[in-house]
Design a protein around this ligand. Structure first.
Ligand SMILES: [Ca+2]
Ligand SMILES: [Ca+2]
Length: 298
């Protein structure tokens, strides 16, 4: 019984907390709300840096996920041999004890499998220590949202979604005020005319624990509940603004988010497993508004 009370208390604290979002669609008009821009650092200590932000005009990579621009290993040319190109992205930390510091993005790969590859590392001590999220996630207790990724190499035809929560890293670095993410692309000496790594709609989310301005009177209803294939959400307090809907599973793990500008929303639940889910609504000024629970029963 004690455990039950603790669990539900945890979920409520997540659902009533505020979130900070940093994001970039590389198109200069990120459609999300309450987003702050990301700042990049293009490393040139290894010579020419082929990371570029722009419109992809290559053989395989010829279109962005959100048009027109992306972050890409050269917008026009194949990636060169013997390349090491690094781009760094920084985001401030707000949550320490129990947060959800999560990085997510869409990507495609077109490389020689294993001999040419991408790497994503994270640092909470201003770059002194970098942790490889693909090889060291288990050591540091990082959470995957969606599929576990083992490498960034080979060929992907469709856009893939990457999302990992690195909050547990802050246990080792309790005074950290910034998280740095380092994207590295590395190629060997064999030229095979491939396009490399393409990234779009990059988001870094930081959920804080502070509970303020919570107003549970802003009505929202969802139906049918329980449901199997779709959910309709009616946000009655909607007043001609955009709002963000965030979806969490029954353990409080962040699943997905989407921006809406209509009081009536239909969500396709194809691909979701049976279970308890929560959603919460965040307004344009990034303030938590209301939440609700629903059950998927397939
Ligand atoms: Ca884009
Ligand atoms: Ca190669």
């Amino acid at each position: 019984m004690k455990k039950l009370i603790f669990t539900s208390g945890l979920i409520i604290s997540i659902l009533t907390s505020n979130a900070q979002f940093h994001g970039d669609n590389f198109d200069g008009n990120w459609p999300g709300i309450g987003y702050q821009e990301l700042v990049y650092d293009f490393d040139t200590t290894h010579g020419l840096n082929i990371w570029q932000i722009g419109q992809p005009q290559k053989t395989v990579f010829n279109q962005a996920y959100s048009l027109p621009n992306v972050l890409i290993t050269d917008t026009i040319n194949f990636y060169p041999i013997n390349d090491t190109s690094i781009i760094m992205v920084k985001a401030p930390v707000y949550a320490h004890d129990w947060g959800a510091h999560t990085i997510m993005f869409y990507y495609k790969l077109n490389t020689d499998t294993l001999s040419d590859f991408g790497k994503l590392e994270v640092s909470a001590d201003n770059g002194l220590t970098f942790i490889n999220v693909l090889t060291q996630w288990d050591d540091y207790g990082f959470w995957w949202n969606g599929d576990i990724h083992e490498n960034f190499t080979g060929n992907t035809n469709d856009w893939n979604w990457f999302s990992i929560c690195i909050s547990s890293l802050l246990d080792s670095f309790p005074t950290a005020d910034t998280i740095q993410y380092r994207f590295t692309f590395i190629s060997d000496g064999n030229q095979t005319n491939k396009d490399g790594w393409i990234i779009d709609d990059l988001v870094i989310q930081d959920v804080t624990e502070s509970i303020d301005n919570v107003n549970l009177n802003l009505g929202n209803i969802c139906y049918p509940n329980p449901t199997s294939d779709y959910l309709t959400i009616e946000y009655k307090s909607f007043k001609n603004n955009k709002f963000r809907l965030e979806l969490y599973d029954g353990n409080g793990k962040f699943i997905n988010m989407q921006v809406f500008d209509n009081r009536l929303i239909n969500i396709d639940l194809d691909g979701y497993e049976s279970g308890v889910y929560f959603y919460r609504i965040i307004d344009e000024k990034n303030n938590f508004q209301t939440y609700n629970k629903f059950i998927i029963n397939k």
